[in-house]
Design a protein around this ligand. Sequence first.
Ligand SMILES: Cc1cc2nc3c(=O)[nH]c(=O)nc-3n(C[C@H](O)[C@H](O)[C@H](O)COP(=O)(O)OP(=O)(O)OC[C@H]3O[C@@H](n4cnc5c(N)ncnc54)[C@H](O)[C@@H]3O)c2cc1C
Length: 476
Amino acid sequence: MTALVWFRNDLRVRDNPALYKAAEEKQGVLAVYVHCEAYVGRFPIAPARLDFIRRHLLVLVRELAQLNIPLRLIAVNRAEQIAPALAALVTQYNIDKCFFNAEYPLDELARDHQVNQLLRAQGVLVKRCHDRVIVPPGMIRTGNGEPYKVFTAFKRKWLQTVMPLHLQPLGLPDKQAQPMPVKPVTQADINRLFGEHSVRDLEHLWPAGEDEACARLDSFIESGLTHYQDKRDFPALQGTSTLSPYLAIGSLSPRQAISSVLCYTQGDWESNAGASCWISELIWREFYQHVVVDFPQVCKHRAMQVHTEAFPWKKDKKQFSRWCQGNTGIPLVDAAMRQLVMTGWMHNRLRMVVAMFLTKNLQIDWRLGERFFMEHLIDGDFAANNGGWQWSASTGTDAAPYFRVFNPISQSERFDPQGDFIRSWIPELADVPLKYIHNPSADKSFSSLQYPAPMVDLAESRKSTIALFSQLPSLA
Ligand SMILES: Cc1cc2nc3c(=O)[nH]c(=O)nc-3n(C[C@H](O)[C@H](O)[C@H](O)COP(=O)(O)OP(=O)(O)OC[C@H]3O[C@@H](n4cnc5c(N)ncnc54)[C@H](O)[C@@H]3O)c2cc1C
């Protein structure tokens, strides 16, 4: 008999519960990766992310081969074809157990339910493990058994739950006595599967593999962690870990990340301001994974705070396209959008700034921005992205009221004080003096041929958005 491990967003061999458990079974182990062209329906995947998956698979095949575990690749066009494709493998390889790590958005739950039913009907024991979060959704509750709607209270409960656990990541799974007789997947097979997606070469920015992810983690912990809270908001500095693509694709687990911090601080993370702050960000990540389960309407393009759905969002195509192209006339917004399109990644402070500008100044539907991000982010993760967009649009988990509206020019003066980040992404502004870098149109001698004037009056649009929010019928 054979145990099957179905890899999804968990492309690593260390600290991978599904793989670890399958390997313990002391029988043949087969791994499978299913590439679904239509994904599971909500958004297209960014070409940068697809390429990142392709490069990770090349590494994963080699690492699994060292454990005597062959990988099969399956391509399907539609999500409904995944369960029958796995059922066919069951018959072909005499599979009696199937292991995978859970994913929480609605479409993925539906897909896994279908797989579970079909495989069980074939007599297969299906085991769903948890690796995407440290505490599975549903287990962090208020005293009344309710889910948390705001972060601070969730975080307190999460820390009380997790910190006494003495987290220990799993090591390498057992090496199998001999590989199953399966034709090995070649580099050409993997490349062929992903071949139609042309992508700018991002390998130098985002090298693939769990060794790279672990090296990045170690280097950040050694040299970035302690000053994280001072540097993390300045996009011109290397102040954050840039681990999000690896956490999103699962070549690094959150347990590996948190336990590295605990090890570095010898358990006294609370005395290290950088460590506390970074742990907090990882808890934000967990929080949003819980939100998609507790408020499943967010998986259907709906607002988490249902009463905000009456907001009259615009869908102005021309204005939206200026935002997408980094041509709004607000240098920090434009620099950020260009960074996203060129590198597949954007600094967290800037994600908030551009999202607020789109929703609160242009009053454009947050769902358009959410989609554009998923189409470009190498770290695109439904839960984190939806959470970030709904937080920025005041339709989600922000504990502050809707009148939190960042002024992108003040944000620019505060977080890019020398204009270094702006200059590195907007060559048209390279020679603009510091006095005007955050708002070049304030310089009367500056020509709008070089760079456009701001496309919206920031003060007026802010006032109008707040007025519209204040008129919403509240269900509270
Ligand atoms: C509008 C918007 C959209 C976003 N979309 C995504 C997305 O698709 N994928 C994604 O991984 N993150 C998303 N984020 C969260 C955050 O911007 C990125 O995780 C962060 O910029 C990644 O950089 P880093 O790895 O250097 O983070 P660090 O500052 O080093 O933080 C460590 C890790 O914590 C997690 N994290 C940090 N901040 C957040 C946050 N606010 N919410 C959730 N997780 C967080 C990430 O996994 C990150 O790698 C979004 C935020 C906003 C405001």
